[in-house]
Write a protein that binds this ligand. Structure first.
Ligand SMILES: NC(=O)c1ccc[n+]([C@@H]2O[C@H](COP(=O)([O-])OP(=O)(O)OC[C@H]3O[C@@H](n4cnc5c(N)ncnc54)[C@H](O)[C@@H]3O)[C@@H](O)[C@H]2O)c1
Length: 262
């Protein structure tokens, strides 16, 4: 049993099936990704992190190693498919065949329809959808050989709410749902599960610094059914469930953690 750092008395599950599992998190150096890494390490999983942010990724790995975790940080741009495949190879060498993939890396930089030229389209699609496809492809071999696996792809409620301000990101995040359905069918016969984990507006340091305004706070209060804010740890707890044996018959679905917004 794990208690919540907020000290409000909430108590959270421990998943014995995650202990010793080989987990790969893309974009795990900061934000929700870092919460995912901490949560899986807290369950005794062996976690490999691929991220561009070398300072944050190295510091996180060092921190968790000091607490006894088995963590590998690999500096990696996941839009470079050769580097992505190399990162998966390093994870496999360090921790064994990858059993759980968290397709988390993304870039939600703001843009309008008129801003987008083909190069920007390609750049944003490369991080927000193409990397998810090729990361899944790179770990599927391991999972097929093991006869099990869980691939968790981070989506977004932004396109469901018809938000403006990031049309390429929204398009890519909608495509995550299609990717999940396609791969759930293709990999299902090997007992590999593929699901989308769909966050609402999550209070990462980056969101608070760049996008959260007093109007945004009011929007959250109008939109969510629940009071309070969705924190990175709330997303991580759903990821633990979707990775653990407890969700063994869940595949091809979207699991929304948004305080009841959509
Ligand atoms: N924060 C939110 O409110 C929110 C809402 C909906 C969906 N999401 C989704 O949740 C996931 C995590 O969101 P977040 O807010 O923590 O994102 P973030 O932008 O704060 O962090 C993303 C991480 O990915 C890394 N990254 C970016 N480009 C990369 C690349 N090319 N190669 C390797 N690493 C790269 C960054 O360095 C960073 O560590 C994303 O898939 C995002 O779309 C977030």
């Amino acid at each position: 049993m794990v208690t919540h750092p907020s000290g409000d008395g909430a108590m959270f599950a421990r998943y014995p099936s995650l202990s010793g599992r080989s987990v790969l998190v893309t974009g795990g150096a900061t934000g929700i990704g870092a919460a995912l890494v901490r949560a899986f390490a807290g369950q005794g999983a062996h976690v490999a992190v691929l991220d561009l942010d070398v300072a944050a990724g190295s510091a996180l790995a060092e921190d968790l190693r000091d607490e006894g975790g088995r963590i590998l940080f690999v500096p990696c741009d996941v839009t470079d498919i050769r580097a992505l495949r190399g990162g998966v190879d390093l994870a496999r060498t360090a921790h064994g065949p990858v059993e759980i993939l968290l397709n988390n890396a993304a870039n939600d930089m703001r843009h309008t329809l008129d801003d987008v030229d083909p190069a920007m389209w390609d750049r944003l699609s490369a991080v927000n959808i193409r990397a998810q496809f090729f990361a899944a492809q790179a770990v599927a071999r391991d999972m097929r050989a093991l006869g099990r696996g869980s691939i968790i792809c981070l989506g977004s409620i932004g396109w469901m709410l018809k938000n403006s301000g990031y049309p390429v990101y929204a398009t890519a995040k909608a495509a995550v749902q299609g990717l999940v359905c396609a791969l759930a069918r293709e990999l299902g016969p090997h007992a590999i599960r593929v699901n989308a984990l769909v966050p609402g507006w999550v209070m990462t340091e980056r969101q608070k610094k760049l996008w959260l305004t007093p109007e945004g706070e009011r929007e959250i209060e109008r939109g969510q059914c629940l009071p309070g804010r969705v924190e990175p740890e709330d997303i991580a707890r759903m990821a633990l469930f979707l990775a653990a044996d407890d969700s063994r018959m869940c595949s091809g679905q979207s699991f929304i953690v948004d305080g009841g917004w959509v």
